[in-house]
Design a protein around this ligand. Structure first.
Ligand SMILES: Nc1ncnc2c1ncn2[C@@H]1O[C@H](COP(=O)(O)OP(=O)(O)OP(=O)(O)O)[C@@H](O)[C@H]1O
Ligand SMILES: O=C(O)C1=C[C@@H](O)[C@@H](O)[C@H](O)C1
Ligand SMILES: [Mg+2]
Length: 180
């Protein structure tokens, strides 16, 4: 099984994903990290040089590769904008169990105020930008997600406990009618 995490930049996908994988003993992969290895520079630099659409093309390719194959096991942290492309939404939903890490723009702003690594948040008014992103993307995250968790306030450990419990529940559910 592949567990994918989606949500706004700063919602905790990388942080939660890494620790979730550790707790499950599964491999962890962050699609942003795979993309950076492939392009040989930071996503920020790539955005500045080639524009967003070129970045999205690579992202789509990487998501396809990371979710291909029916026997994949792992935790996949995605980039904040992964849901923008319908092909990504479809692949993630069909090939993995998707968790939407939902946080308010205000909670994320509080966390990311001093972080210069997110290209979409480098403008004059990052909080306003986060609110726009939330408005545009919330329906897309909700569409792709099998489960939604609020990640603005709870600690990482509490969130991990909730996600692990949900995975156990849905796993036992899926075996309910298996009499073999
Ligand atoms: N539940 C949490 N409680 C407190 N801080 C958190 C929590 N989750 C994440 N953080 C912190 O918030 C920041 C952003 O988290 P993270 O990098 O995991 O977000 P992300 O969803 O992967 O963002 P991006 O889409 O930009 O990759 C980090 O500094 C992280 O340590
Ligand atoms: O929210 C976004 O559109 C992005 C978020 C990051 O994870 C990166 O994937 C990239 O900076 C784009
Ligand atoms: Mg991340």
């Amino acid at each position: 099984m592949i567990v994918s995490l989606v949500g706004l930049p700063g919602s905790g996908k990388t942080t939660i994903g890494r620790q979730l994988a550790r707790r499950l003993g599964w491999p962890f992969v962050d699609s942003d990290h795979v993309i950076e290895q492939r392009i040989g520079c930071s996503i920020r630099e790539y955005f500045a040089r080639n524009g967003e659409s070129a970045f999205r093309d690579i992202e789509e390719q990487v998501i396809d590769e990371l979710t291909a194959g029916s026997d994949g096991v792992g935790v996949l942290a995605t980039g904040g904008g992964v849901v923008l492309r319908p092909a990504n939404r479809q692949r993630l939903r069909e090939r993995s169990r998707v968790f939407y890490l939902h946080s308010t723009p205000e909670d994320i702003f509080r966390r990311l105020r001093h972080d210069a690594s997110r290209p979409l948040l480098q403008g004059d008014d990052p909080l306003e930008r986060l609110r726009q992103l939330q408005e545009e993307r919330d329906p897309l995250y909700a569409e792709v997600a099998h489960f939604t968790f609020e990640t603005g306030r709870p600690t990482v450990n509490i969130l991990l406990g909730k996600i692990l419990m949900q995975l156990e529940l849905s796993d036992s559910g899926s075996h309910k009618f298996d009499t073999s």
